[in-house]
Design a protein around this ligand. Structure first.
Ligand SMILES: [Mn+2]
Length: 386
């Protein structure tokens, strides 16, 4: 009995605002589906962030529909939870995944928390922010009790765990019941394959480079999914790497040998199938005049996107261009700033608020804040009712 586990496909995401990048994500998804069918698995588990947004575009929906049709024709059911990206944090809201029930997608929700595939107990919970974790932990222990009646069990979650996340985690490793055989995790975009309890805990990672800080893990572990064989005492996990359509190139060059260095980059990339994305650092930059134009002229036609960084001879960063998605993302900047409060709860609140507000989720943000105040600063009779 074997199954495929994937997560964080983020379909519909348009990196750097480029349609080409949106198509790259669809292409990888299609390759994954084709490979899953080739591998002849019994079923598929998707651990959330199938879509990049809770209101996906028709194109994103169409790509999922195509993939699910292929799986359905191959008689392979899919079990899925919603992640933080494809969730609307409102009572009784439904994730886009429910559109595909007729296509063989079995949605695991707060209400439908578990299924059986033959003798395998498949349970899970969709993404829940840490402010709701009291109820979440109660539900986890209920599922753990149910799992103890079955010899083989899988738990599907989309959460950060302190052991693998530095700051943005919602769960501590001790919060997770230890009697499942396989923990099908989503949320962390890097690949993690760990022992936990009597089984295995795996984050397959995102299927494409969603953020440029995933590049170093991509170089090490590739992108892709895993195939899990549940037949032995302990599940055996095989990493399946799926090539991403386009290369990310990191080059650090010197201002004084710029033309030669650029020539060498040109030689590297001239035979690529698809135009790469280049992170280019130029050191010892004495004068920025013309340098950007020169790089663009030489490399513009050969690349999808050049992300330059100019460093002066005294190693200072020269801000020439406003970089929309710079190496330090807004979450990292926010985390840094929030550290002055030296309070983990405030850090978490700030990050959750950022996540909600960047999706225009005003109501949910207000709810989160009022809950936070009730929990931490509740003063009786001090609040006027309206
Ligand atoms: Mn994700």
């Amino acid at each position: 009995m074997k199954f495929a586990h994937l997560a964080d496909t983020h379909l519909g995401y348009r990196q750097f605002g480029l349609y080409e990048r949106e198509k790259d994500f669809y292409e990888v998804f299609e390759k994954i589906i084709d490979r899953i069918i080739e591998e002849d698995v019994d079923f598929v588990v998707h651990s959330g962030d199938l879509f990049d947004d809770s209101k996906p575009s028709p194109l994103a929906l169409l790509n999922v529909q195509r993939g699910l049709m292929k799986l359905k024709n191959a008689n392979i059911p899919v079990y899925a939870i919603a992640g933080n990206h494809d969730t609307v944090l409102r009572k009784n809201s439904i994730p886009p995944q429910v559109l595909f029930k007729k296509f063989g997608l079995k949605v695991i929700s707060q209400i439908n928390t578990n299924y059986m595939y033959e003798d395998i107990f498949i349970a899970g919970l969709p993404y829940v922010p840490s402010s709701k974790h009291k109820v979440f932990k109660k539900k986890l222990s209920e599922l753990s009790k149910k799992a103890s009646n079955h010899e083989k069990s899988i738990l599907i979650l989309h959460q950060g765990i302190d052991k693998y996340f530095n700051l943005q985690y919602e769960l501590e490793i001790g919060d997770i019941p230890d009697n499942f055989n396989y923990y099908a995790m989503g949320h962390l975009h890097n690949y993690i394959n760990d022992d936990f309890g009597k089984g295995k805990l795996v984050y397959p990672g995102s299927s494409e480079i969603w953020k440029t800080n995933e590049i170093s893990d991509y170089r090490k572990n590739g992108k892709g999914f895993v195939i899990v064989d549940l037949d032995g005492n302990k599940p055996s996990v095989t990493r399946i790497k799926i090539d991403i359509p386009r290369e990310f190139i990191d080059r650090s060059v010197d201002y004084n040998s710029l033309s030669r260095d650029i020539e060498s980059i040109k030689n590297t990339i001239k035979d690529f199938d698809k135009k790469p994305i280049i992170n280019l650092t130029v050191n010892n930059v004495e004068s920025t005049s013309d340098i950007y134009e020169m790089i663009n002229e030489e490399l513009g036609d050969l690349t999808l996107n050049i992300r330059p960084k100019f460093i002066s001879p005294d190693e200072e960063n020269i801000d020439l261009i406003i970089d929309k998605e710079n190496a330090l993302g807004p979450i990292e900047v926010l985390s840094d700033r929030l550290e002055i409060y030296d309070d983990e709860n405030i850090s978490k609140l700030g990050i959750e608020l950022y996540n909600l507000l960047s999706k225009d989720m005003i109501e949910e943000s207000e709810e989160l804040i009022s809950e936070f105040y009730k929990e931490n600063f509740s003063i009786e009779n001090d609040v006027e009712e309206d």
